[in-house]
Design a protein around this ligand. Structure first.
Ligand code: HEC
Length: 123
C-alpha cells in the first residue's frame, strides 16, 4: 500500500514538472492518462494472469494486442467499455468478456492509461 502511494506521488510530481508553464489545478493533473497508471491498473486488476508481454498464456500477448490495434487503428478504450467487438482473438472472447464488467466501470482516464500501457508493448 505504501509503495502504491509512493508511485502515485512520483507520477503526480513528474506530471507537474513536465508542464511548468501551464497553470493546472489538482483535478487536471489527476486526469492525465499515463503508461505508469496503466501499469498499476493492469497489476491491480490481475490482467497479468492472462496477458504476458510477449507470449500467449491464456490471452494474447500484449505485444500481439498492441501490434494488431496499431495496424487496425482500433480503440482499446472502446473494447474495454464493451462498445467495440474483439479484433485480436474473437474465438476466445468469452474468456475475456467477464473482465469487461470491471473495466466498464473505469473512468476514461483509467481506460486511456491501460490503452497506453498495452500500446507501449508494440514492436
Ligand atoms: C481469464 C483470463 C483473462 C484476464 C484476467 C484478462 N484477459 Fe484480456 N483477454 C483474454 C483472452 C482469452 C483474450 C482473447 C479474446 C479477445 O480477443 O477478446 C483477451 C483479449 C484482450 C484484449 C484484446 C481484445 C480484442 O480486440 O481482441 C485486450 C485489450 C484485453 N484482453 C485487455 C485486458 C485487460 C485490461 C485485463 C485486465 C482488466 C484483461 N484483459 C484481463 C483473457 C483475459
Amino acid at each position: 500500500m505504501k509503495y502504491y502511494f509512493f508511485i502515485l506521488l512520483i507520477i503526480f510530481f513528474s506530471a507537474c514538472k513536465n508542464e511548468p508553464s501551464k497553470p493546472q489545478d489538482e483535478n487536471q493533473v489527476a486526469s492525465v492518462a499515463t503508461v505508469e497508471k496503466g501499469l498499476i491498473l493492469f497489476q491491480e486488476n490481475n490482467c497479468a494472469a492472462c496477458h504476458q508481454p510477449d507470449q500467449k498464456v491464456i490471452g494474447p500477448s500484449m505485444q500481439e494486442i498492441a501490434t494488431i490495434y496499431k495496424k487496425e487503428n482500433g480503440s482499446i478504450v472502446s473494447f474495454l467499455k464493451e462498445e467495440a467487438d474483439p479484433i485480436v482473438d474473437p474465438k476466445m472472447y468469452e474468456s475475456m468478456k467477464i473482465n469487461l464488467q470491471v473495466t466498464k466501470t473505469m473512468s476514461d482516464e483509467e481506460l486511456e492509461s491501460l490503452e497506453l500501457y498495452f500500446l507501449s508493448h508494440s514492436k
